[in-house]
Design a protein around this ligand. Structure first.
Ligand SMILES: NC(=O)C1=CN([C@@H]2O[C@H](COP(=O)(O)OP(=O)(O)OC[C@H]3O[C@@H](n4cnc5c(N)ncnc54)[C@H](OP(=O)(O)O)[C@@H]3O)[C@@H](O)[C@H]2O)C=CC1
Ligand SMILES: O=C(O)C1=N[C@H](C(=O)O)C[C@H](O)C1
Length: 267
């Protein structure tokens, strides 16, 4: 039986994870964890997520490893994720991580942590985006070099990192297929330069509005035609169900850093 400890359980994704765990077979929520000192400590999760069991209460995140959790899931912010990762390592618990906005230094920490515990890290846990990462690599490798490449993403007004983790994952996948260094070719801001788009450039654009769950398009364009590969998520339950699937897959795996392509057997 999977006994899942959810960090950031009161967040948008935390509450979606409670719903996904409740719907899944052979899955218990060992802890719905919130920050130490949160005013929600001891409150019923049902007050925030109607499908939760009456008995499930918000727990102090520092006590997660005192529960019978056998796998942890983190969708919080980078600072929280790094703290939670230390708890996972100290207690030798596998961890699924969906937090975005990580720096290269945070990524180095993750790689190091994966020598001690098994980790699935994905910037998007949907099946569609996992496949999209493959499709953009095929397009990038097969289309002529003169194709302009741009990535657009749209999210809800409360998202704080930009471009989204998924947009960056798409750009990195394209750069890898082209044999480019992503940081050399990424163009995040055009306001300061007055020049036409150059080749070997991946441009990013971002929209924040209302309650958009998550939309991503990779454009491959040349004179007279344009290919657009788009994914639209319409429910956070999509990401949450993917993360629960990853948690089930991860238990009993050797230490290492895995992604959603590993979970879905697409490698
Ligand atoms: N990989 C994927 O498929 C997806 C990834 N995401 C990513 O998941 C993350 C969370 O998104 P979302 O749920 O919308 O955000 P929310 O702001 O709704 O929730 C964030 C949660 O993290 C907690 N948190 C923040 N900072 C800390 C900290 N330092 N220590 C402990 N807990 C902390 C918050 O607690 P408090 O309320 O007390 O501040 C809250 O519970 C983002 O990085 C987002 O990009 C989102 C969707 C899909
Ligand atoms: O913050 C979100 O909401 C999302 N974040 C992830 C990202 O940064 O790519 C995934 C998804 O698009 C929703």
């Amino acid at each position: 039986m999977d006994k899942i400890g959810i960090f950031g359980a009161n967040g948008r994704m935390g509450l979606a994870l409670v719903e996904a765990c409740t719907q899944a077979n052979d899955t218990d929520i060992a802890a719905a964890a919130v920050r130490s000192g949160s005013e929600l400590l001891g409150a019923s999760v049902k007050s925030k997520q109607p499908c939760a069991s009456e008995k499930l209460l918000f727990t102090d995140e520092d006590l997660v490893t005192h529960t019978d959790a056998n796998v942890l899931i983190d969708f919080t912010l980078p600072e929280g994720m790094k703290r939670h990762l230390q708890l996972a390592i100290a207690n030798k618990l596998p961890m699924v991580i969906g937090t975005t906005g990580l720096t290269p230094e945070d990524m180095a920490l993750l790689k190091d942590a994966a020598q001690h515990i098994p980790i699935v890290f994905a910037r998007n846990f949907s099946v569609g985006v996992t496949l999209l990462l493959d499709l953009v690599q095929t397009a990038a490798a097969k289309l002529a070099d003169e194709m302009d490449i741009e990535i657009f993403e749209a999210h809800h007004r409360n998202k704080i990192d930009a471009p989204s983790g998924t947009a960056l994952a798409i750009g990195e996948a394209i750069a890898e297929a082209k044999g480019w260094d992503h940081e050399q070719v990424a163009r995040y801001d055009r306001t300061a330069i007055e020049q036409a788009k150059s080749q070997n450039e991946i441009g990013y654009s971002v929209l924040r509005a209302g309650d958009i769950v998550g939309e991503h398009t990779a454009y491959f364009a040349t004179m007279g035609e344009r290919l657009e590969l788009t994914h639209k998520a319409t429910s956070r339950l999509t990401f949450a169900s993917g993360a629960v699937r990853a948690a089930k897959w991860l238990r009993n795996k050797p230490n290492g850093l895995y992604d959603m392509q590993d979970v879905l057997g697409l490698k």
